[in-house]
Write a protein that binds this ligand. Structure first.
Ligand SMILES: Nc1ncnc2c1ncn2[C@@H]1O[C@H](COP(=O)(O)OP(=O)(O)OP(=O)(O)O)[C@@H](O)[C@H]1O
Ligand SMILES: [Mg+2]
Length: 277
């Protein structure tokens, strides 16, 4: 079974096929906090989970809102090689219905700026057999999740390969903690015109958190590298609102359908080619 997971720092996005040609996508918030016993049961909704892995239990996803103090559970590490990435991906595979009889080929991504440092680490951490115990409103379930092969690509590249074209294309992927800005020439990554900016929508100061200001800042960062009349696709959770502001500087910028899933969709397509599906 091929499945792609874009484990973003605000939402985990998942794409797979239930039947040939029938795609399923879902997302859940990238929230995690250590398990503790609450006075009254909080695992009451269909999406409320505790995940236990290697002897450690954590609330994961939507339920964290009801157990974490303030937004303490809502921060995800910069480092994608961390344990949290593994837990988010295992939770995603569990939610997709993966079980021990169905080994998984997985595609995921890391930001461009962390590719060299994190790629091997992430692949090594994910490939293999993982035993998890999930606690839900229905009780406790042990599951073994087998990840057969894992491909790690670059965030933003998914969005390009979702609808790859020969035409020179730039991607702006505004996330919660990073902005991935990539360039592809004849479907090949163009290094000098690509970069990861170390800020995202959720790390901006209040006074800068508006689309006009973000577009202006992006233009400042990119104008020396990208032509004004370049083809740009804008993706990520806020792409629809951001695109009109970007167009003030780059008139040929546009977004795509369901832009928050663009990377995950592209990862799936990359997996099809890489793993021969
Ligand atoms: N439905 C929504 N309504 C409003 N804002 C949203 C929605 N979904 C996501 N966002 C916001 O859009 C931003 C980008 O979301 P996205 O899912 O692309 O981020 P991410 O991939 O998790 O982050 P990163 O790429 O930095 O790891 C985040 O700040 C998020 O809070
Ligand atoms: Mg993202």
């Amino acid at each position: 079974m091929l499945i792609s997971v874009d484990a973003g720092r605000s939402y985990v996005k998942v794409v797979f096929q239930t039947k040939p040609g029938i795609f399923k996508t879902f997302l859940f918030p990238s929230w995690i906090t250590k398990y503790y016993e609450t006075d009254w049961d909080v695992l009451t909704g269909e999406n409320d989970y505790v995940i236990e892995h290697e002897g450690e239990a954590n609330y994961i996803g939507e339920v964290v809102e009801f157990v974490a103090d303030g937004d303490s559970g809502r921060r995800m590490d910069e480092d994608k090689g961390s344990k949290n990435t593994l837990l988010f991906i295992l939770a995603a595979l569990y939610r997709a219905g993966v079980n021990q009889y169905e080994p998984v080929d997985l595609v995921t991504g890391v930001p461009l700026g962390r590719f060299n440092s994190d790629m091997e680490k992430v692949k090594e951490m994910l490939e293999g057999s993982h035993k998890v115990t999930m606690y839900t409103k229905h009780g406790k379930e042990m599951r073994t999740i087998n990840i057969n092969r894992c491909a790690v690509t670059v965030e933003g590249a998914g969005a390009f390969f979702d609808q790859a074209t020969e035409e020179e294309t730039h991607v702006i992927d505004l996330g919660s903690r990073t902005v991935n800005c990539l360039t592809f020439r004849r479907k090949k990554f163009l290094a000098p015109a690509s970069l990861t900016l170390p800020w995202g929508w959720d790390t901006l100061k209040e006074e800068n958190r508006n689309y006009e200001r973000v577009a202006e800042t992006l233009h400042g960062e990119l104008s020396a590298k990208w032509h004004t009349d370049a083809r740009i696709i804008v993706v990520g959770g806020q792409a629809e609102q951001l695109t009109p502001a970007i167009r003030e500087y780059f008139p040929y910028a546009s977004t795509v359908d369901a832009p928050q899933f663009a990377n995950a969709r592209g990862y799936y397509k990359i997996g099809k080619v890489m793993f021969g599906y």
